[in-house]
Design a protein around this ligand. Structure first.
Ligand code: PLP
Length: 408
């Protein structure tokens, strides 16, 4: 009989969201008249704005015209989009990159999950704790995480990010080959200052490590001291890959478009005393396993950079930011300690004394029909917190705040 990959069998089922769904279903069955509001939603709720929709429609029409029809596109993405990315997301911030250092894709999740394939199987991986689970699980699938002991993988280096270190992870005792950093952070909403991120870049240069930098929530940054791209820091092009997404920036969670920047300056060991370019390896990987993001979707992404597109997406982000600000001030007014929510759509809330992540989740569900995400689901250092998100409709956020006031 054919045997399953043992590394897949070591994975825990996605108990966090499954457990939440099960508890919410039971609550709804017991309280059919009660409207449940989710503050756990990690997805956008606003529809695509007009400029993007119009570009999508035009591109659909192109596909029906012989002269404009497109078949297989370049695996790396169309130049019309790659050039806009370089001009608008990087050149404006003083970062010099070539279009051939940008790889357009159908999502940051797939790129982040796939990128680890380029590294040797015995590479040591460091992640922050709490963590976006894709970094850990994709390495576990590749046999790089060791064994799961409770909720902790014994082959992964965890870097606690808590109020004790102001959510700035400390350098590990053991040298990692690969370091996953995510700022603005999911789930804590924390950001790194320019100086703190520079320190990580310098560390990676000293240690010859690679940073995989996930900036899916870059559009939510408001603080001028917070870099939007890791390449704003000196030397970062020699050590860092950056993942960006149109999902949360422009409402593309359903449409699917993202991009990964792999600078040509980034070289790693070939294991035989020489060096190899990660850009060349990623290009090779994408050309073999990927056939490109759809033309119509890339045209829609291009429209994000048009003057009208920029105004429209900024209006949407501002509405989410307003939700975050209102939630933050209401929750701290209730005497709970709250982190994040200033440069991110996520708020990280300390549960009341005597409670824990899941107990507080149950309290909010049972007493106010609110859904949050228990922090313990994001890692051991997430115990004692819940994550609230600002992606809901404004009227739902306002009602959620009223309900929170009644229980907290
Ligand atoms: N990175 C982080 C930190 C996320 O939270 C998410 C989605 O929730 C993603 C990446 C996935 O982005 P995409 O929709 O482009 O796959």
């Amino acid at each position: 009989m054919t045997t399953a990959n043992p590394d897949f069998l070591k994975l825990q089922n996605n108990y966090l969201f499954a457990d939440i769904a099960r508890k919410v279903a039971a609550y709804k069955a017991a309280h059919p008249a009660q409207r449940v509001i989710s503050l756990g939603i990690g997805d956008v709720t606003r529809p695509l704005p007009p400029a993007i929709l119009a570009a999508l429609h035009r591109a659909v029409e192109d596909m029906g015209e012989a002269a404009l029809f497109r078949g297989y596109g370049p695996e790396q993405g169309y130049d019309f989009l790659r050039h806009r990315i370089i001009e608008c997301d990087y050149a404006t911030r003083g970062v010099r990159l070539g279009a051939d250092e940008v790889f357009v894709s159908d999502g940051a999740k797939s790129d982040i999950g796939n990128f680890q394939e380029l590294f040797a199987p015995n590479s040591r991986v460091a992640v922050t704790d709490p963590v976006y689970p894709v970094y850990v699980d994709s390495n576990a699938m590749a046999g790089r995480a060791g064994n799961l002991r409770g909720t902790v993988w014994d082959g992964i280096i965890y870097l606690p990010s808590t109020p004790d270190n102001d959510f700035v992870p400390e350098f590990p005792a053991v040298r990692p080959d690969i370091i996953y950093l995510c700022y603005p952070n999911n789930p804590t909403g924390a950001v790194l200052s320019r100086a703190a991120l520079q320190a990580w870049v310098d560390y990676a240069r000293r240690q010859n490590s690679v940073i995989l930098y996930d900036s899916a929530y870059e559009a939510f940054i408001t603080d001028p001291d917070v870099p939007h791209s890791i390449y704003e820091l000196d030397g970062a092009q020699e050590v860092a890959v950056e993942f960006r997404s149109f999902s949360k920036t422009a409402g593309f969670t359903g449409l699917r478009c993202a991009y990964t920047v792999v600078p040509k300056a980034l070289q790693i060991s070939d294991g035989e005393g020489g060096k190899v370019s990660l850009n060349a390896l990623w290009n090779r990987r994408q050309c073999t396993k990927y056939n490109g993001c759809p033309y119509i979707v890339q045209r829609a992404a291009e429209a994000v950079y048009s003057p009208q597109g920029q105004v429209e997406i900024k209006t949407i982000i501002a509405a989410y930011q307003k939700n975050a600000a209102q939630l933050r001030s209401a929750v701290s007014g209730m005497g709970l300690t709250v982190y994040g929510g200033l440069n991110a759509p996520y708020l990280w809330v300390s549960v009341p004394q005597g409670s824990d992540s899941w107990v507080f989740f149950d309290t909010l569900l049972q007493e106010s029909a609110l859904i949050c995400t228990p922090g313990a689901g994001f890692g051991a250092a997430g115990e004692g917190y819940v994550r609230l998100t600002a992606f809901g409709a404004p009227q739902d956020t306002a009602e959620a705040i009223e309900r929170l006031r009644r229980v907290c």
